[in-house]
Design a binder for this molecule. Structure first.
Ligand code: UDP
Length: 329
């Protein structure tokens, strides 16, 4: 298939490009390079430097490249930043999706796989989170993605031949096993990279954001899915889409690890000391989030394979050791 990947220079987008090429698809990789890394886009993809908010230019690409499916990753994804600058998130994430959908509507492309998030659920009362769980986002990031989901739903109602998947990710972690790709955010705020940077000495310490949560060890529990499993799920879902489909799937491993459990697993991987301090809670962090990901396994036959958290951390550790400053190295 001819596939347009937006946000192709980002952490997940770059892994998706690589997996799509290995699966035999033709990839047009689109990114405005505002936060992504050009070097992370596989050479076999055709790179287009473009902002998804440029509707006319995106339409031009969809037509010229005979795109059959769009995988839409382009977005900002910092909860804290979204609270400080909500309009940036509605502009880039919701506005970006609106622009892309306008282009798709005018093109021949009738398949879309959308990068959504468990942040659209907010703080649910019960775990695990199912796709039917009410969506009540508690920050602009989650809301910007929920609005995008709604626009996609509306468009799919209007276009009978359209098919789409809304994929709600939990915590994505790890990097490509062959060492060709990494994870580089600026600033880095995600737990596993932060821990590995502390172990490498490029960061002074790890601060645990609260140890007084109502969980067995007092720290927050999250569902960490390996990025290679995540992108394989995208391909399996994309290939299963039929005209008229609107599929919604949680992508997680279906169990949670606490911050302390991640620290213990990381210690056994890195085998060197690093400083850990306990700090105050980070605003907006729900105590426990993990997925019921049984629907995607039932309907598509996809299930996470890389569920050993130490192996996930190990994959990232191999990359960080050679790239302590990320793609700058
Ligand atoms: N966390 C932490 N210290 C850090 C970064 C994260 O204690 O330096 C915690 C955070 O409070 C959350 C979990 O680790 O409970 C995962 O956070 P991350 O930012 O990786 O992902 P999020 O769950 O926010 O998407």
């Amino acid at each position: 298939m001819n596939i347009l990947v937006t946000g192709a220079a980002g952490y997940i987008g770059s892994h998706a490009v690589k997996a799509l090429l290995s699966a035999g698809h033709r990839v047009v990789a689109l990114d405005n390079l505002s936060r992504g890394h050009r070097v992370s886009i596989a050479d076999d993809a055709h790179f287009v430097e473009l902002d998804v908010r440029d509707t006319a230019a995106v339409l031009g690409v969809l037509r010229a490249e005979h795109i059959e499916c769009v995988m839409h990753f382009a977005a900002f994804a910092y909860v804290g930043e979204s609270v400080e600058n909500p309009l940036l998130y509605y502009d880039n994430n919701t506005g970006g999706t609106l622009s892309l959908l306008r282009a798709v509507e005018q093109s021949e492309c009738r398949r879309l796989v959308f990068s959504s998030t468990c942040a659209t659920y907010g703080e649910p009362d019960s775990m695990p989170i199912r796709e039917e769980t009410a969506q009540n986002p508690i920050n602009p990031y989650g809301a910007s993605k929920l609005f995008s989901e709604r626009m996609i739903r509306e468009l799919s109602r209007k276009l009978p031949s359209f098919s789409c998947a809304l994929l709600r990710y939990f915590n994505v972690a790890g990097v490509a096993a062959d060492g060709t790709l990494g994870e580089h955010h600026d600033p880095e705020t995600h737990l596993i990279p932060v821990v590995l940077q502390a172990a490498l000495g490029v960061r002074e310490k790890v601060v645990v954001f609260g140890d007084d949560y109502p969980t067995p060890d007092g720290t927050c529990i999250r569902d960490y899915i390996h990025v290679e499993d995540l992108v394989e799920a995208h391909i399996a879902v994309m290939e299963a889409l039929r005209p008229g489909d609107l599929r919604v799937y949680n992508l997680g491993i279906g169990r949670g690890y606490s911050v302390k459990e991640i620290l213990d697993a990381a210690r056994s991987v890195v085998r060197r000391p690093f400083t850990v301090e306990t700090g105050p809670r980070r605003p907006g962090d729900p105590p426990v989030l993990f997925a019921d990901a049984s629907r995607v396994s039932r309907e598509i036959g996809w299930k996470a394979k890389r569920t050993d958290i130490s192996a996930t951390i190990e994959s990232a550790w191999r990359w960080f050791q050679t790239h302590p400053m990320g793609y700058r190295d």
